[in-house]
Design a protein around this ligand. Structure first.
Ligand code: ZN
Ligand code: CU
Length: 485
């Protein structure tokens, strides 16, 4: 072929493998990367001068709660504006499908939307809804253990019976047959904490034959974190599936400084089984307001509250003061509510972020009116603050953690690397300028330094604006035969 659709000339190619950047031109035909190299003789309908900017595979956000948002707000600006081209939904045990609700979604499924936002009793319904909505980003999906419990149990504060586990497993199998990536759990939440390790192992049985994965928001991230990690490894081992520990952190002031022992345990597990983790680049977490995480020494900011929406943006300490009650009592009165917990040490977070097993996941909460800044800032923050400024790792390593590594780990075929024949999911950015702008007080801010984002060959974001063209698809789990080792 002597002509192609688009050619990007003069880019610094960061191919997602972790290899050193190199100068190149990249040509796109349709939804694919046609060729990479010095393409002097190739003509194109569309020629873009890359001006020496970095061209990387589109970022894969491995940890999201965008389940209903990819359908309700298909522009997906919080993610697209960061250079994200694929989101993995269904994390922390909560997924929008397959779900049948009896009333309001149980905590923390309420993070995904209101009862009327759940329309997907079967996973195939969800896949069809994505095809119809055509979001700007690709979507790959995990199935939540808590979502399955919700479907088959009359109450969530007990262990599932063998019959209930069988019913959950059948539903999981159906989702796997339709391309789900695997199973996620959120064992720390009250809606799943009564599940035993055996319940999860029994449920995880069909994963191995499908080449699927197990991800977990562990039973605890505080004092007993090592036990929680061992539980995750045991589940992976007994069901013969790769494990991804979600948002690995040492939470709570009493656990600060323990990232060394946590990573040592992770490394020892990696000698005998497949284990990775994801991490967001902030020293604060966010979820629904959890009474167990109220600690007078930790700043907890309320981001929403059903009975007291006026309290959003204020700390629990401040609210307790205003009401003349203890913090725990104030937190109780605010329920149901959302919060940001400044309960992580920066040093531990950096050490985890730096580890070779770590992928980048935002854990952004798109339905929060005052979202943790990770929703809009995670990827540029890793590239700008942690790679360029603090030099935690080279730029090519940062990119690998958000592209090649997650594509391989989660079984996302022909993406995550810039290779001839691969899908043209790409981001053009300025390594010298890239910067997250979202802050805890002004969290809804587009990043700086992103020049262009292509999804399946469609130019979807240019400069600081979406183009209005959307090229995202549902991405089924990669077929076993073609899984790269
Ligand atoms: Zn979580
Ligand atoms: Cu999460």
């Amino acid at each position: 072929m002597s002509s192609c659709d688009t050619i990007l000339r003069n880019v610094r190619l960061i191919d997602g493998s972790g290899a050193e950047p190199e100068e190149a031109d990249v040509a796109i035909v349709g939804d694919r990367i046609h060729s990479i190299g010095r393409l002097h003789d190739l003509a194109a309908k569309n020629v873009i001068d890359g001006k020496g900017l970095a061209l990387a595979p589109g970022f894969i956000d491995v940890h999201t709660h965008d389940d209903t948002n990819v359908i309700r707000t298909p522009q997906m600006l919080p993610k697209l504006s960061q250079g994200v081209t694929t989101v993995i939904v269904g994390n922390c045990g909560i997924s929008a499908s397959p779900v049948t609700l009896a009333g309001d979604p149980p905590d923390p499924m309420n993070l995904l939307g209101k009862a009327e936002d759940f329309h997907y009793p079967a996973f195939a319904d969800y896949v069809a809804a994505i095809a119809e909505a055509k979001p700007s980003v690709n979507v790959a999906a995990l199935i939540g253990h808590t979502a399955l419990r919700n479907n088959h149990m009359d109450r969530l504060d007990r262990v599932a019976t063998p019959e209930e586990i069988a019913a959950m497993r059948a539903q999981l199998q159906e989702a796997l047959d339709h391309g789900a990536l695997g199973l996620s759990s959120g064992l720390a939440y009250l809606s799943a904490i009564s599940a035993t390790t055996e319940e999860v192992i029994e449920l995880a049985r069909p994963l191995a034959a499908s080449g699927a994965i197990y991800t977990t928001h562990m039973r605890t991230e505080t004092e007993a974190i090592l036990d929680a990690m061992r539980e995750a490894f045991r589940i992976g081992n007994e069901s013969s599936v790769p494990v991804v520990i979600s948002h690995l952190k040492c939470a709570g002031i009493d656990n600060w400084g323990r990232s060394g022992e946590v990573l040592a345990l992770l490394e020892s597990a990696r000698e005998s089984q497949s284990v990775n983790c994801d991490c967001y680049p902030y020293a604060a977490g966010s979820s629904t307001l959890d009474l167990r995480q109220i600690d007078e020494r930790v700043e907890v900011m309320v981001t929403w509250s059903v009975p007291h929406p006026e309290m959003a943006g204020r700390t629990v300490a401040d609210i307790a003061n205003a009401w003349g009650v203890e913090q725990l009592e104030a937190a109780r009165r605010l329920q149901p509510a959302g919060a940001i917990y400044h309960s992580i040490s920066e040093e531990d977070m950096r050490r985890i972020l730096q580890h070779e097993a770590t992928m980048i996941g935002s854990d952004g909460l798109p339905n929060d009116p005052l979202p943790h800044p990770r929703l809009w800032g995670t990827f540029p923050r890793v590239l700008g603050r942690y790679s360029r400024e603090l030099k935690l790792f080279p730029l090519a390593t940062a990119v690998h953690k958000m592209t090649g590594l997650p594509a391989r780990r989660f079984g996302i075929a022909q993406r995550g690397l810039l290779r001839e024949g691969y899908f043209a999911d790409m981001v053009l950015f300025d390594p010298a300028q890239i910067e997250d702008m979202a802050t805890f007080t002004e969290p809804v801010q587009r990043a700086r330094g992103i020049a262009g984002v292509w999804v399946n060959g469609v130019l979807s974001y240019k400069g600081t604006e979406p183009t209005g063209q959307r090229g995202g698809r549902f991405l089924p789990r990669q077929k076993m035969e073609s899984v790269q080792q």
